[in-house]
Design a protein around this ligand. Structure first.
Ligand code: BDR
Ligand code: CA
Length: 317
């Protein structure tokens, strides 16, 4: 199975991703690190521990990381994920506790102590990863690749062009994407496609299976903005799709493309994905700046991932 470190800001759909990763036999979770993003760091840690309990996970080390982005101000995402980060869903308290060491040290130990290279799955702003790579550059060779949920080759969500995780800490994303570690981008282009049908989610939420009730309520979480936005997000498996990408990459259309992170102006936090098939004026005249060629997921067989998600959790009809 694939050894992974999950970096999360749990978060409604980070919870779905954790549940899926715990239950999938092809994934071996070596550590989970937490970062402020969808909720405050303390809330993210508490949510993560409770979700691992709800999943019936074996003991897995969990550590707290950055309390806020490198340069950007701390900003609340409670309008999307609710005050507790889980859309108001209350999971039972847990006796699990976080490690005494922080996220950067837990990642370093896990990477350096493993005989196999480890894949990092980043489902949150990349503050912890940027700090790790700047503090311990020796880990680069121990990372198989970084699979990150974030960015977009098209429209944004936090702004018209920027996706939330990159927008929340653009400097961190810029450091991570330019670190030399192979990168796989699971951006909004695919993230917004994979959802469980509303009737299936409602049936789970109302059913008798305890895990099904949790998953159904998380999937049924609505964003309290406009009706249209509710339609876009309800039922999304979200971050869990990036974990599906680890075990079923063939359901994706993936291209190797140059990507850069914008750091200023309105476009701050945008990932520009160069989909031209030729050298434009910028390349002809030099000064193309900081681009990193990476695998970018551009399309997905969405029903296949929705099925994989439900089947892995033992919840398929
Ligand atoms: C990303 O931001 C958060 O809202 C989700 O958990 C996901 O990681 C989507 O932009
Ligand atoms: Ca997330």
């Amino acid at each position: 199975s694939i050894p992974v470190i999950l970096d999360v800001d749990t978060g409604v759909d980070d919870a779905l991703a954790l549940l899926f990763a715990v239950k999938h036999p092809g994934i071996d979770i070596r550590a989970v690190t937490c970062v402020a993003g969808n909720a405050s760091l303390a809330q993210v840690v508490e949510n993560t521990l409770r979700v691992l309990d709800a999943a019936g996970a074996p003991p897995i080390p969990v550590a707290a990381g950055a309390v806020r982005p490198l340069l950007a101000p701390a900003r609340s995402a409670s309008h999307v994920h609710g005050e507790n980060g889980l859309g108001g869903i209350e999971l039972p308290a847990t006796s699990r506790v976080p490690e005494e060491v922080g996220a950067v040290e837990l990642m370093r130990r896990t990477l350096m102590g493993s005989t196999e290279r480890i894949t990092i799955v980043a489902l949150a702003p990349q503050t912890n990863l940027a700090l790790l790579l700047r503090t311990h550059p020796e880990v680069v060779d121990r990372i198989e690749r970084i699979v990150f949920m974030g960015g977009s080759a098209g429209v944004g969500n936090a702004t018209a062009v920027a996706e939330f995780n990159v927008w929340h800490d653009p400097e961190a994303a810029s450091i991570v994407l330019g670190s030399g570690v192979p990168i796989f981008m699971y951006g909004l282009d695919v993230f917004t496609q994979v959802s469980v049908p509303q009737d299936a989610a409602s049936a789970l939420a109302a059913g008798n299976d305890p895990l099904g009730r949790v998953v159904g309520s998380l999937l049924g979480n609505r964003i309290a903005r406009s009706d249209d936005e509710t339609l876009v997000y309800t039922g999304l498996i979200g971050d869990a799709g990036a974990v599906c990408a680890l075990v079923d990459p063939d359901a994706l259309v993936i291209e190797k493309l140059p990507v850069r992170v914008e750091l200023s102006g309105y476009a701050r936090g945008q990932t520009i994905v160069d989909r031209r098939r030729y050298s434009g004026e910028d390349r002809l005249h030099g000064g193309i700046g900081e681009w990193t060629v990476m695998d970018v997921a551009l399309d997905v067989d969405a029903p296949r991932y929705a099925d994989l998600f439900l089947k892995t959790l033992g919840l398929a009809g």
